[in-house]
Write a protein that binds this ligand. Structure first.
Ligand code: MLT
Length: 408
């Protein structure tokens, strides 16, 4: 028998979303006629847009020809996609990103989970609380934390509460963190930050030799002017930040799988003896060793997201989801709930009624309204007493869910 990685035993429960699915399954087996509406996990419901479908069909046909067949592609991504990303996601913001600074992957969840491998196992990590659970759990697995306490916090991890009181802007830690995870537009609270706040983070990172891991998977949902779309909008951020983006929510790729990381060439880590090492080179070594690239067909589909017609179609899907978000936000407000987010992000963060705990509220909603959401405490101890609803459902389901919740 081999010894196991005992860090896994520190994990407090199953991963949040499978845990929710398990509870919903038990409920639906007991109540087979219940029409359950799922607004829990942020999974898209609209079909892939025609431009992307057409590009993938064409690419599939190409693969069936002697001249158009593609075997292993470049692990980092095909140049046609890297160029489209650099030009459209960054060039339009006046940010120069070289193709060699982009790494295409099969998802931001994997990227956010895997990136910690290139950092020292004693790196001190700082996370917002509440937070996308992948950031915490993968660092627990790697042994960067101690045990979980009665307060739901792992020791040796810096928690930065993002609460109603601080406008969901986590305070910059007094101590030095080696790695800081930031996510804007934020999952789970649906709130955003300002360029000024990001400037302060970049200054902190420079002063402390920290690296910021900036998860921008929901950037496409920003609707208000002036909200930063990329951390690289801040001068000097390329020296301290890695950025994560995804086609999952932007273009409905949750089932197709395509995302990317930007690791600027300026970004350096250090060896114990103080020698500077390029993080781009380190990640490239890791990526080419452990990953064989996203399929040609999927990358062709991703490229089509940047065509004029593709952009238009994707914008329509985003508008559909954001109209759901407005319905949830306004409907819940009318029903007397305190709500946050949902303006520049597809998530609505609400205070539970009657001061119920997040999981009690989950049970109540499932039992009385057959609506599934995500308990705020699943994202961290500061999420206790909150609840997240996703705007990615079908319009009719969203309307029905709000009507059911309102009549509770
Ligand atoms: C969420 O619901 O928080 C996300 O959809 C989960 C994910 O992207 O992995």
């Amino acid at each position: 028998m081999a010894n196991i990685n005992e860090n896994y035993l520190k994990l407090k429960a199953g991963y949040l979303f499978p845990e929710i699915s398990k509870r919903v399954k038990v409920y639906s087996e007991k109540n087979p006629s219940a029409k359950i509406i799922r607004l829990g996990i942020g999974d898209v419901t609209l079909p892939i847009v025609p431009s992307v479908v057409d590009a993938m069909v064409a690419a599939s046909k190409e693969m069936g020809t002697a001249g158009g067949f593609h075997g292993y592609g470049p692990e980092q991504g095909y140049s046609f996609l890297l160029k489209s990303i650099a030009d459209n996601d960054y060039g339009t913001l006046g940010i120069k990103i070289d193709e060699s600074e982009i790494f295409v992957s099969d998802g931001s969840k994997c990227d956010c989970g895997n990136i910690q491998e290139i950092f020292s196992t004693d790196a001190k990590i700082a996370v917002a609380d509440p937070v996308y659970p992948v950031y915490v759990d993968t660092n627990v697995m790697a042994g960067r934390t101690g045990e979980i306490g009665a307060d739901g916090r792992y020791s040796n991890l810096i928690y930065m509460p993002a609460t109603k009181e601080n406008g969901f802007q986590p305070e910059i830690p007094k101590e030095k963190a080696d790695i800081v995870y930031l996510c804007y537009p934020n999952n789970p609270t649906g709130t955003v930050t300002t360029k000024e706040a990001l400037k302060a983070w970049v200054e902190y990172a420079k002063k402390n030799n920290s690296i910021i891991l900036y998860d921008s998977a929901y950037e496409a949902f920003i609707s208000e002017p002036g909200v930063p779309r990329s951390i690289y909008e801040v001068e000097g951020a390329k020296e301290v930040a890695i950025e994560f983006r995804s086609f999952s929510k932007t273009a409905g790729f949750t089932g197709l799988r395509c995302a990317y990381i930007v690791i600027p060439k300026e970004l350096k880590g250090r060896t114990k003896s103080g020698e500077e090492v390029s993080l781009n080179a380190l990640w490239s070594r890791r990526h080419t060793t452990k990953f064989n690239g996203v399929s040609y067909v999927t990358q062709k589909g991703a490229e089509a997201c940047y065509s004029p017609q593709g952009k238009k179609e994707i914008q329509e899907s985003i508008a559909y989801y954001m109209s759901n978000a407005a319905k949830i936000r306004e409907g819940l407000k009318k029903a007397g709930y305190e709500v946050f987010g949902g303006v520049n992000a597809p998530y609505i963060w609400l205070k539970t009624s009657n001061n119920l705990s997040s999981w009690d509220f989950f049970d109540r909603l499932l039992d009385k309204a057959q609506v599934v959401g995500t308990p705020g405490s699943g994202f961290g101890p500061a999420g206790e007493g909150y609840f997240r609803l996703s705007a990615f459902g079908k319009k009719e389901d969203v309307e029905e869910a709000i009507s059911r919740i309102s009549s509770l």
